[in-house]
Write a protein that binds this ligand. Sequence first.
Ligand code: 8YV
Length: 329
Amino acid sequence: MAEPDHAPTRIHLTFDLPPKAAADLAASGHPTTSTADVDGSKEDRRQALVAAAPGASAIIATVSDLVDAEVMDAAGPGLRVIANYGVGYDNIDVAAAHDRGIVVTNTPGVLDEATADLAFALLLAGARRVVEADRFVRSGAEWSWEPDFFVGLDVSAGATLGIVGLGRIGFAVARRAAAFGMRIVATGSRASSSEAAALGVTPVELPELLATSDVVTLHCPLTPETHHLIGAPQFAAMKSSALLVNTSRGAVVDEDALLEALLEGTIGGAALDVYEHEPRVTAGLLALPNVITAPHIGSAGIATRERMGAVAVENALAVLGGATAPNPV
Ligand code: 8YV
């Protein structure tokens, strides 16, 4: 039988790992290949991955990489693990991977605080109109102080925060909200736990959360059940002053319905880190002063990204070494 033209333990990366994680991987002695220099659409990246996958034993990928059955079949039967650099893994066809005996892993826990920090930054910026105010000052417009100048929501005066999906990141957001004196309502199985009660969280169903919250923040994973969880009927159920914060996945929100709700004044504003058709943003949102946008930077802390890299590498190496992955999904 002919020898394979790739080393059997080759690890393919779709991006450049942070320095310490890259050093850990190099020290493992596994040969690596990379498509980090491929720019373009998700489809361009997927095609590049299909081309580079043959012979790979592991793929370490990001949210921008659609790792589907075609990629797995291109890799061939030697592919043993797909290690996602991130906690959300909706970019990977997990069922197809499991059908092929491929382990899929993610990086839970290490990015909770960073993501919660960004959610809270967006919450505060949206509530107190910080980005709008910044734009105003930079415009060079004449101004003098007025009592109603850029007034917004008083976050610390008992405003209600609705956390959709009280999981690891949701809890990290709840801890911040509790410190700000917010009233907290939340959905999710852990919303009724003693840990949630200790933070003053009231468990509610989604309709009550939507009707009572001044700020609605999304922290559920994207699954078939949560796709478009927040659409026109849900916006209609929210306060007309409500701010929507999304640091989870764009497609949890029906982005066309969001634009409509903002244009009609059905809700008060949105502060977004993620988009339904990422990296494209629905035309119209960018023109609205009450919309804040960030380019999917929830976990973009220097130390957090190192930890994500370390966890992704640890998972890939564990599987290649014949051990159980610490974070299988
Ligand atoms: C990452 C994220 O930046 O972990 C997640 O689910 O959305 C982000 O923290 C992204 O996944 C990188 O792959």
